[in-house]
Design a protein around this ligand. Sequence first.
Ligand SMILES: [Fe+2]
Length: 118
Amino acid sequence: MKDPMSLIDGCDVLASMGYAKNIERGPGRHGLSNAFFLYLRDPDGHRIELYNGDYLTSDPDFKPIKWDLNDPLRQTFWGHEAPDSWFDEASIVLDVHTEEPVETGEPKLKKTKPQFMI
Ligand SMILES: [Fe+2]
């Protein structure tokens, strides 16, 4: 999106058209990148993100940071907890060759939803 207000405008358009329930998360600001986000569910239930801003890492000596799942700076800058649907619901993905649904397994993380500490 061209600017953060575009996300707000998107919410207004969705609400005015009767799709307010399709706004799943946000608008908000990501903790790591400080980018603005808005997560929506399309009519088929697929999660999509509208996004503005990003961070640039151009220093080749920059060391990667491993963030803890419960680090509040990793989550959202404004302190909004992710909805349960974020961890419990996902789209069915089709195999690109067979077009059959890809089999899913149990989550690999020990914890599926971070504790919120703000
Ligand atoms: Fe995002």
